[in-house]
Design a binder for this molecule. Structure first.
Ligand code: AMP
Length: 210
């Protein structure tokens, strides 16, 4: 099953994608995570995109589509995948539909006030990209990843100025994809304000995997 997770930053796309990946063995492909890995490995791609991510702006369509195209050529995506954070522009949406058919686009619906609360409390484990929240989804030991024991960090773009920029970018460039996919009968709205367990159940129901 080929899935796209759409929605504002902080709506829980990555958290739910992780759960769907564990239960249904679908690879979780996060373009943000691919960029962050390239940055921490100091690759040419990482050097090219580092300041863009820190500012909360979008990497160019050409660069982004190319990394997704390459990732979708890997054999683990044959039986399906979850795209998290891609597409983020209409141009990317059109490119994706030329690359692979899509079964469902889950639209994570969350109001802006809640988005800001979630992003400012988010912490991540750098090696895996696993996410936590200081209040809503804390680790077992404060500040420590449950699985690797590494210290949790705050993403540079989860600081206030970048959050506001990312929300602006979402409204202007990404939100038009809601209608784009709705017109193609691919959109499934899910209310993202509930707990991860509840949202996970709603997503599973929306894609008919129950
Ligand atoms: P995310 O982890 O999905 O919040 O993405 C973090 C950052 O990576 C975004 O703020 C963008 O700078 C960049 N990024 C991720 N996905 C895309 C995309 N599809 N198009 C352009 N930039 C992206």
């Amino acid at each position: 099953m080929n899935l796209v997770f759409l929605g504002p930053p902080g709506a829980g796309k990555g958290t739910i994608a992780q759960k769907v990946m564990e239960k249904y063995s679908l690879p979780h492909i996060s373009t943000g995570e691919l960029f962050r890995k390239a940055i921490s490995n100091g690759t040419p791609l990482g050097k090219e995109v580092e300041s863009i991510l820190a500012a909360g702006k979008l990497v160019t369509d050409d660069v982004t589509i190319e990394i997704v195209r390459q990732r979708l050529m890997e054999s683990d995506t044959c039986d399906g995948f979850i795209l998290d954070g891609f597409p983020r522009t209409i141009f990317q949406g059109e490119a994706l539909l030329k690359l692979r058919p899509i079964d469902h686009v889950i639209n994570f619906v969350l109001e802006e006030e809640e988005v800001v609360k979630r992003l400012s409390g988010r912490r991540i484990a750098k090696s895996s990209g696993r996410t936590y929240h200081l209040i809503y989804n804390p680790p077992q030991l404060e500040g420590i990843d449950d699985e690797t024991g590494e210290p949790l960090v705050q993403r540079d773009d989860d600081k206030e100025e970048a959050i506001l920029q990312r929300l602006k970018v979402y409204e202007q460039q990404t939100a038009p994809l809601i209608e784009f996919f709705r017109e193609r009968s691919l959109l499934r709205d899910v209310d993202a304000k509930y707990s991860p367990d509840r949202v996970f159940k709603d997503v599973v129901r929306a894609i008919g995997l129950e």
